[in-house]
Write a protein that binds this ligand. Structure first.
Ligand SMILES: Cc1cc2nc3c(=O)[nH]c(=O)nc-3n(C[C@H](O)[C@H](O)[C@H](O)COP(=O)(O)O)c2cc1C
Length: 323
């Protein structure tokens, strides 16, 4: 049964609110890009979430990658969906009117194969009513750089983000790839480009091979790993990013319980993206804000603000490179 508006305002007054500066969320649970479609609202109450991010939109149509697009691994999902897309005009005319009824702030994710794609998309979406923010997916392959992700080069990151900022008044979230040597450098480049917030992280590059057919288990060779397998990587990335920039960070990667959400907050996250967990149980994700409230009181913490950044450094934990 849907939560009443009275119950929802009780959540809002319970220490779960998040102020990203440009956007206030009633709780920190954000539906991550690519896992929530407008149709998700038919089977769950999206208004219980703090916000939701659309799957990445491109200017034109994209067929997506060859099958198979997903394969299970021991603790995560490897995907090579390739972000199929019907193009921005379809999004504006058909999808956005439905998204506007989600009942929570909706962030639109944008991607591109060239720098100009990002800029043109930002300008096109700027006029859309009620877009909460743009999330810039810089994990897309840059055609001009032989397929290297935009997000792998700090100069490209600054160029994408600053170009998007110039073409829209909407707040801009830069979504970082974990597939880099020093994610703090990338975060600083996004900050220099004018990002209002950062999301860390997108999927971790991986491969899964079938020894009997001597081929990839996916239609492409490499895919993106998500789910619990990447949570320690994501928590570490959030901590490094939060230490190096003053921007709010949306921690994303393998969160599937209220405990996981608080782990990200302890590492410095302002809010937490939940993606793959929705494939196991959309209900569990929907219940997370309520469960979080109970968990906070169980561990004797009054609010997320109280927990954020309160990580105690032990002598051993200072040695971050220890094997
Ligand atoms: C099937 C699938 C599709 C995804 N599509 C997108 C996408 O369109 N844009 C994007 O920025 N991230 C996309 N992601 C990445 C997620 O938003 C998230 O960053 C990543 O999966 C880690 O979080 P999780 O472990 O909670 O899923 C996708 C992930 C999966 C598994």
């Amino acid at each position: 049964m849907p939560e009443s508006s009275a119950a929802r305002s009780a959540v809002a007054a319970s220490g779960l609110e998040v102020d990203l500066g440009f956007l206030k969320l009633r709780n920190p649970v954000i539906g991550a890009s690519g896992l929530f479609g407008v149709e998700t609202g038919n089977v769950s109450d999206l208004s219980r979430l703090g916000a939701v991010v659309t799957k990445t939109q491109f200017l034109g149509t994209r067929p997506g990658n060859a099958l198979h697009r997903m394969t299970e691994t021991p603790a995560g999902l490897l995907n090579s969906v390739g972000i199929p897309c019907l193009g921005v005009e379809h999004f504006v005319d058909v999808e956005w009117p439905l998204w506007r009824h989600a009942g929570c702030p909706v962030v639109v994710s944008i991607g591109g194969e060239r720098f100009e794609d990002y800029f043109d998309l930002a300008e096109r979406l700027d006029a859309l009513p009620e877009v909460a923010a743009l999330e810039v997916n810089i994990s897309c392959p840059n055609q001009a750089a032989g397929g290297l992700e935009f997000g792998a080069d700090p100069r490209d990151v600054e160029r994408v983000v600053s170009g998007v900022r110039r073409r829209t008044l909407l707040p801009v979230i830069a979504k970082l790839t974990p597939n880099v040597t020093r994610i703090a450098d990338i975060a600083l480049a996004a900050e220099a480009g004018g990002a209002h917030a950062l999301c860390a992280v997108n999927t971790v590059l991986g491969m899964a091979l079938d020894i009997r057919t001597q081929s990839s288990r996916l239609g492409s060779l490499r895919g993106g790993l998500s789910g619990p397998a990447i949570r320690p990587i994501a928590v570490r990335a959030v901590w490094e990013v939060a230490q190096s920039t003053r921007l709010p960070v949306i921690g994303t990667g393998g969160a599937e319980s209220p405990e996981d959400v608080l782990e990200f907050v302890l590492a410095g996250a302002a809010a937490v993206g939940v993606g793959t967990a929705v494939l196991y149980s959309v209900r569990q994700v929907e219940r997370m804000p309520g469960d979080l409230r109970r968990l906070l009181s169980e561990i004797g913490v009054g609010s997320l603000d109280e927990l954020r950044g309160s990580l105690r450094q032990s002598r051993l934990s200072q040695d971050v490179t220890a094997g």
